[in-house]
Design a protein around this ligand. Structure first.
Ligand code: F6P
Length: 543
């Protein structure tokens, strides 16, 4: 794989952006809009049914030109091709990164280690379809001959957040006589509450884990096994009530799940990029194979767009570059994801893993410090709820928080005036953030002098407005791929490995040691720092 050898700070476009940023920082969005009556059209693109208005960003045409130069200098195109053609771009794990193969049509071929992976992908999709149809139709029976009524996905991180988010997002399309639950936390309360009203003979567990060694998932899976056996009393029940989704057949067999009931995927699918692999089995059971394939088609449409559209008209590239712009030239620490669509209530949580586990890195591919700020903190809540809690800070606080507003022209639940009111709020918030309210305007509305500073909205607060027609499986696929490739774009600029996650390891290792110390019958000899040792002793004395 070709790597940019020029450190970020020495890339000509980076230097030009530094100079350019000093001018833009002094310019208000009010001015930028006043200077260009066509700004609303100039900085908007529509592709693959997604409309992006990015005119309320603190940018000019020159900013976009410089940012796209930066992308070229950072070899975004070559890196993108490397990803799409199965090169091992996950350097630190020596792995290809091929979530795009998960949604490649049968006619495509992508070679990894001399083998075309596309037929394998479709083989698993076909197996998932057959199984999903059997569960949905009631043909798949539990141990006592009853049909399955409840599906419980056990997984964590990418093996949970994608499935939960997709289930919530596509609930409208789901089979309503099936109940879906998602257990992720090792806190026993998660499992206990998930199953407290379920009957074991009507419950199917999907144990979802890429590695099949993750502490939380294995603990929950064993508890689920015990719960099932306590109710059904017979080992042979496991085959009817447990399936596994994993890359690790050996561990699946060791757990006691027949590998016939295993849905596989591959090491070139990162956990946070896996919701459209077999990890999406709960999604497919909920919405059916046809809708699942429509979602894959949506992903694929955005993949094609990202691979082929010119950078200045490329939705994911622009979204990614704008984030680099605010992170590195405006010192923005966070990005708010604000979906005005109740079904997308878990979308911000899903994006947190996608963005922060991918780009929360401080060294480049070759191990040097990046020399700039990398992945910002992503957070958010659906509108309009957030407006009545944290928007105060976005409007009048001292921090710059770029916002992504996500809305739809139509709603799946037309109810009176609800959708117009909802959408009016999207537009109003973006307008208020950008233009604010000056002291003169506040005074003119009769506000007493002492209150004027409190009622001033500085404005000049940037946002993107992302709109689509209706939340369908296809649109969801497009939206997710939009962010996946935006994250990739950022990672290429920072020259980091967006596909490893070494930062999760240390805590896992320490937890293993401390579990032993909390549980040991003998008073353990502790060699932690004094704070940790004291906490361990305190817990042991109180538990
Ligand atoms: O600990 C982080 C992580 O490895 C994530 O990257 C992953 O999505 C999650 O744990 C779950 O891993 P697995 O699917 O192997 O159980």
């Amino acid at each position: 794989m070709s790597e940019p050898t020029i450190p970020l700070a020495n890339r000509p476009a980076w230097k030009a952006l530094q100079t350019h940023a000093t001018q833009i920082r002094a310019t208000h969005l009010r001015q930028l809009f006043a200077d260009d009556p066509h700004r609303g059209e100039r900085f908007a693109i529509q592709a693959e049914g997604i409309f992006l208005d990015y005119s309320k960003n603190r940018i000019t045409a020159e900013t976009i030109a410089l940012l796209t130069h930066l992308a070229e200098e950072s070899r975004l195109r070559e890196r993108t091709e490397s990803m799409f053609t199965g090169q091992k771009i996950n350097i630190t794990e020596n792995r290809a990164v091929l979530h795009v193969a998960l949604r490649a049509p049968k006619t495509e071929s992508i070679i990894v280690d001399g083998e075309d992976v596309v037929p394998e992908v479709h083989k698993v999709l076909d197996k998932m379809s057959t199984f999903s149809d059997r569960v949905r139709s009631g043909e798949w029976k539990g141990h006592t001959g009853k049909r399955i009524r409840n599906v419980v996905n056990i997984g964590i991180g990418g093996s949970d957040l994608g499935p939960v988010m997709a289930y919530e997002a596509l609930k409208h399309y789901s089979q309503r006589d099936l109940t879906f639950r998602f257990v992720s936390n090792v806190d026993g309360t998660d499992f206990a509450e998930a199953v407290q009203d379920l009957k074991a003979d009507e419950t199917l567990f999907l144990v979802a884990s890429k590695t099949f060694t993750t502490l939380e998932t294995m603990t929950n899976a064993h508890t689920a096994r015990d719960w099932t056996l306590a109710a059904l009393g017979d080992e042979s029940a496991i085959a009817k009530h447990f399936v596994a989704i994993s890359t690790n057949a050996k561990e699946v067999a060791r757990f006691g799940i027949d590998t016939e009931n295993m849905f596989g995927f591959w090491d070139w699918v990162g956990g946070r990029y896996s919701m459209d692999s077999a990890i999406g089995l709960s999604t497919m059971i909920a919405i059916g194979p046809v809708n699942f394939h429509a979602m894959l088609a949506g992903f694929h449409a955005m993949d094609r767009h990202f691979r082929t559209a010119p950078l200045a008209e490329n939705l994911p590239a622009l979204l990614g570059l704008l984030t680099v712009w605010y992170t590195d030239f405006f010192d923005a620490q966070t990005v708010a994801i604000l979906p005005y669509e109740q079904y997308l209530k878990r979308f911000p949580a899903y994006l947190q893993q996608l963005t922060m586990e991918s780009n929360g890195k401080h060294v480049t591919l070759t191990g040097e410090h990046v020399g700039a700020d990398t992945g910002p903190i992503y957070w958010g809540e659906p509108g309009t709820n957030g407006q009545h809690s944290f928007y105060q800070l976005i409007h009048q606080g001292t921090r710059l928080i770029p916002c992504d507003f996500i809305g739809f022209f139509k709603t799946l639940n037309p109810l009176g005036r609800h959708h117009d009111i909802l959408t009016a709020n999207v537009f109003a918030q973006a307008e208020a953030l950008a233009f604010g309210k000056t002291a003169e305007e506040v005074k003119a509305s009769g506000t007493p002098d002492e209150l004027v500073p409190h009622k001033v909205f500085e404005g000049n607060r940037p946002s993107n407005t992302i709109l689509a027609d209706l939340l369908t499986p296809e649109t969801l696929g497009k939206l997710i791929a939009l962010y996946e490739h935006a994250v990739f774009t950022q990672g290429v600029i920072w020259n980091i490995d967006s596909f490893d996650q070494w930062g999760v390891e240390l805590g896992k290792v320490l937890a293993q040691k401390i579990i032993g110390e909390l549980e040991s019958a003998e008073e353990p000899a502790l060699d932690h720092d004094v704070s940790t040792s004291r906490l361990i002793r305190l817990y042991r004395s109180k538990k």
